[in-house]
Design a protein around this ligand. Structure first.
Ligand SMILES: [Zn+2]
Length: 151
């Protein structure tokens, strides 16, 4: 179960809409009281342009967080908790893809144990979100319930 403030949800929705039709990516950190949305730069288009063999997808269907952004988040996580990473699926449903799973794993273990992954489905006029977290019994990411405050 992931609990988020409604203001946080509206911030990541705005991010997903502003990057549409490309994927957005970012993280939600918390100091225990307040939540902070870290909007990251998606460098997938640059990678695809420079090296399409290694990066066959562009930012319509993939994301790579700018390494500087990831570094700053890692630094901030020394004093704050990473509650969630998020990214969007423009014109697709909110599911946890095989690639999403691979990105979230390191050496067959979750790279950020205890961190939830939010996938935002964004279409022209519709937006929704699903939450996924590592399940020790299933040894897989499963959908978990989200509680996103009151709007
Ligand atoms: Zn995805």
């Amino acid at each position: 179960m992931l609990t988020l403030q409604s203001e946080t949800l509206s911030q990541i929705y705005d991010h997903a809409k502003s990057e549409f039709p490309y994927e957005c990516c970012g993280a939600i950190l918390s100091d225990g009281t307040q939540e902070f949305v870290w909007k990251c730069r998606n460098i997938q288009n640059e990678l695809h342009q420079e090296d399409p063999d290694t990066y066959p997808r562009d930012a319509h269907t993939a994301y790579v967080i700018h390494p500087d952004d990831l570094f700053r988040i890692t630094k901030a996580s020394e004093t704050q908790q990473i509650k969630a990473f998020y990214h969007s699926h423009p014109n697709h449903e909110a599911y946890f893809s095989e690639k999403d799973k691979a990105d979230a794993m390191m050496w067959d273990e979750p790279a950020y144990p205890g961190t939830t992954y939010l996938v935002i489905s964004v279409y022209d006029t519709e937006i929704s979100v699903k939450a996924f977290a590592w399940d020790d019994t299933a040894k897989d990411f499963i959908e978990v319930e989200g509680s996103f405050g009151k709007t």
